[in-house]
Design a protein around this ligand. Structure first.
Ligand SMILES: O=C(O)CCC(=O)C(=O)O
Ligand SMILES: [Fe+2]
Length: 362
């Protein structure tokens, strides 16, 4: 299979009518050979997308003291504000600020439970008086994304020759699953400084649905030859990409693809984006499942060029249950949270203590 040079744009509305088979074949190609796609005409109303885009930047305009009050380090659930350039990817600081938020059931961890049960719990929200209506708007938006991702998962199964409900064991009761969203602000490149908005990485979970809030571009996906292919912002369109969890459970049929975001060029203003990651049951060990793919689907996987230009960062999905794999991923990227709330994991993954600002062994 030739390396991809564009990101497929797929029309969700085709899946709801007589052209469903065309939709499924386009989806199959994107999932097996690219690992990225852009979904247009989804079920998320464009008026809602417009309101979310208009308000997402407001969080970052709060006074620094207000943002610091809901710092991510307060939260065992890794929810809240991460200051500029505090997150590190592949040893280098990402030139972005972030606000991690979610819709989540209450924290279910009880004394004696596995530690990963602590990972899920409520977001830290800014005061209602500071951003009136912001929390309700984001809650409405994530509710719509959840509906979309549930339907999209069923279509994804069908595109790979599986029954539409093949992923139900991983997804469980939707009201008991926590999903992670975030708003990221990429600052324009300062003279002489790095243009790493977020460094090359694979996403951990099942499915990631990203809204590019502003129009500068900068998101790129890497093909197997190592070339960086732009994922341009398109109106009312979501970027969807496969995570390492879904790759693991499909025995590599679905492809997780390395990607990165470059900082916006000086003079174009900050770039904002909103990644969302679909959660999955914490107790489940993905490698215990053997999905029954038709032979022709496995043949598509086996004839794909599987060389990876970017060595896959390891997410423990092959050896640990989903909750632990996710927790370890969060610990590695947020040692400031781990040192306070997960001291044993911190000691295991950071035996030399807290890394200097702007550096990390991962
Ligand atoms: O902001 C973007 O365009 C990409 C963000 C991303 O890949 C991530 O946060 O995992
Ligand atoms: Fe990502």
């Amino acid at each position: 299979m030739a390396a991809f040079h564009t990101i497929p744009v797929i029309d969700y509305s085709l899946s709801q009518g007589p052209q469903k088979q065309l939709f499924l074949s386009q989806l199959r190609h994107a999932i097996i050979n690219v690992g990225f796609l852009q979904l247009k005409n989804s079920t998320v109303p464009s008026s809602l997308i417009a309101r979310v885009k208009a308000r997402a930047p407001e969080f970052f305009d709060l006074p620094q003291s207000k943002k610091d009050q809901i710092n991510i380090a307060n939260s065992p659930h890794f929810m809240g504000y991460s200051g500029f350039a505090t997150e590190v990817t592949k040893g280098k600081a990402d030139q972005r600020e972030q606000f991690d938020l979610c819709i989540s059931p209450p924290c279910q961890y009880r004394e004696g439970d596995p530690i990963y049960k602590k990972l899920w719990g409520p977001a830290q929200w800014p005061d209602e008086a500071d951003l009136p209506g912001f929390r309700d708007l984001m809650t409405e938006y994530y509710g719509e994304l959840l509906k979309l991702s549930a339907n999209f998962m069923r279509l994804l199964c069908e595109s790979l020759g599986l029954p539409p409900n093949a992923f139900d064991p991983f997804l469980g009761d939707p009201s008991q699953i926590s999903h992670r969203g975030k708003i990221a602000k990429y600052h324009a490149i300062a003279p002489g400084s790095s243009n790493q908005g977020v460094g090359a990485h694979y996403d951990p979970d099942f499915l990631n649905i990203l809204l590019q809030v502003t129009d500068q571009g900068g998101l790129q996906a890497q093909n197997h030859k190592g070339e960086w292919i732009p994922v341009p912002p398109l109106k009312d369109t979501f970027v969807i990409n496969i995570g390492r969890g879904l790759e693991a459970v499909t025995k590599n049929v679905a492809l997780a693809t390395s990607h990165r975001a470059l900082s916006p060029p000086k003079g174009t203003g900050p770039r904002y984006s909103m990644p969302f990651s679909q959660g999955l049951r914490q107790e489940i060990k993905l490698s215990d499942y053997d999905l029954d793919f038709p032979r022709e689907i496995l043949a598509l996987r086996d004839t794909r060029n599987d060389g990876r230009a970017d060595p896959a960062s390891y997410y423990e999905f092959e050896t640990e249950c989903g909750g632990m794999a996710n927790l370890v991923g969060r610990v590695k990227s947020h040692p400031e949270v781990a040192v306070r709330h997960y001291p044993e994991l911190f000691a295991k993954y950071f035996p030399d203590g807290m890394p200097a600002k702007g550096s990390s062994p991962y």
